[in-house]
Design a binder for this molecule. Structure first.
Ligand code: NAG
Length: 384
């Protein structure tokens, strides 16, 4: 937990709220309610989720029927759809309201066939995905396996329901590496399964099935994450298939965010900020994800003035004691925050650890080393 004395927490909120009206009016962001939920469901219908992605990339989003994820998932799902559309990636979605983007093999002469893969196999839509009777978080493995049906050699970007794409200009083609089958990150605790990339390779399909079948992890502290952690760090046969990348490349936690970052993961924030708080934070970052110029985001995180450089309140004494009555932008009497927001992640991206776990305060990402993001086998996109 972040110590209550941390000065930034309330300030983050105030600043965001102050900026929000401007951004909202510029971006015409709509309030989210249940009607929008239906509309969002329709967006994904038919034609859209059967179009083959030229890059052979699909995004996965899954949420089960728990009230505290409902609104957050809606905000985050729209954010991911916007990103997928921009880059022509496919979407695989499973929520209590819809299952879209899955296929099942079909006879090529059937009229219901919606997808033909170059290897001559045909597929039709599958809508009956169900989670098994075990912790729902294992469902991500089941969904990934199903998502690989009709998607040979695709890369799947798994992101938890509390993760979103803040920098929507980043192409996954600059991250995926066909020399591997899985791309993952680690935090100070263990592997983090909230954001991962899996390739629908024959090896990986077998591997994911093996992880799914390892029922001893039903009782593990971190469930599927413990399972992946064990396989990736202990199994010598598995290791060469796994690319460990710097955490900030694909899996930045809230306090670690720096303008320009790609995927933001609100890990643990559901508990810290409450379901309402985390949804507000997600909406605010979704607004930033609509801005393509990182400079426009940077200024916001760099100011110490309340509420910004030019509107900062000027604190004046009574006229007899403080005769100077005008207040230019650089006047010392303007209220300033002790630190700008960016101080939380700059120069030390993991400063949050100082508050969370003082023993870990000097933690360094072991995979944030020169060359760690180099791509050995780059995926080429063939225009079809
Ligand atoms: C997104 O990332 C790219 C590559 O790192 C960077 O050049 C760009 O400024 C970022 N944009 C935003 C809006 O964060």
């Amino acid at each position: 937990m972040i110590a209550p004395s941390l000065p930034l927490a309330p300030v983050v909120f105030i600043i965001f709220m102050a900026l929000l009206p401007t951004l909202l009016s510029a971006q015409k962001l709509h309030n989210v309610d249940m009607r929008d939920l239906t509309a969002a469901g329709q967006l994904s219908d038919d034609s859209k989720d059967v179009r083959i992605s030229p890059a052979k990339i699909a995004l996965l989003h899954m949420v089960n029927d728990v009230w505290f994820f409902r609104e957050l998932s809606e905000v985050v799902l729209r954010n991911k759809r916007r990103y997928a559309t921009r880059h022509s990636y496919e979407m695989v979605v499973h929520t209590p309201y819809e299952t879209t983007g899955l296929f099942t093999p079909a006879d090529c002469t059937e009229p219901s066939v919606t997808r033909r893969v170059t290897d001559g196999n045909c597929f039709k839509k599958k809508t009956d995905f169900k989670l098994d009777e075990r912790a729902p978080t294992f469902g991500k493995i089941k969904l990934a396996l199903d998502a690989c049906v009709g998607r040979p050699d695709y890369w799947l970007l798994w992101t938890d329901a509390d993760a979103m794409i803040v920098n929507q200009t980043v192409s996954l083609l600059d991250i995926v590496d066909d020399a591997y089958d899985v791309i993952v990150t680690h935090d100070w605790f263990m592997l983090n399964a909230g954001v991962m990339l899996y390739r629908c390779s024959p090896w990986n399909i077998q591997f994911l099935q093996r992880v799914y079948d390892a029922r001893q992890f039903d009782k593990a502290l971190a469930l599927d994450q413990s399972a992946f952690n064990d396989f990736f760090t202990k199994d010598e046969q598995v290791k060469p298939h796994v690319k460990n990348v710097p955490k900030h490349l694909i899996n930045v936690y809230t306090e670690e965010y720096r303008p320009g970052d790609f995927i933001l993961h609100f890990a643990g924030k559901l508990y810290e900020a409450t379901p309402w708080g985390i949804t507000d934070i997600a909406r605010q970052f979704d607004v930033l994800s609509r801005v393509d110029d990182v400079e426009k985001i940077s200024h916001f995180f760099s100011t110490r003035y309340l509420l910004n450089y030019f509107s900062g309140t000027c604190v004046m004494g009574p006229p007899d004691k403080d005769p100077k009555r005008d207040c230019d932008p650089f006047d010392d009497r303007r209220l300033k925050l002790p630190e700008p927001l960016i101080a939380m992640s700059y120069p030390n991206r993991y400063r949050q650890l100082e508050y969370r776990n003082p023993r870990m305060k000097d933690w360094k990402d072991p995979y944030d080393v020169p060359g760690a993001t180099d791509i050995k086998v780059r995926r080429h996109v063939h225009s079809s």
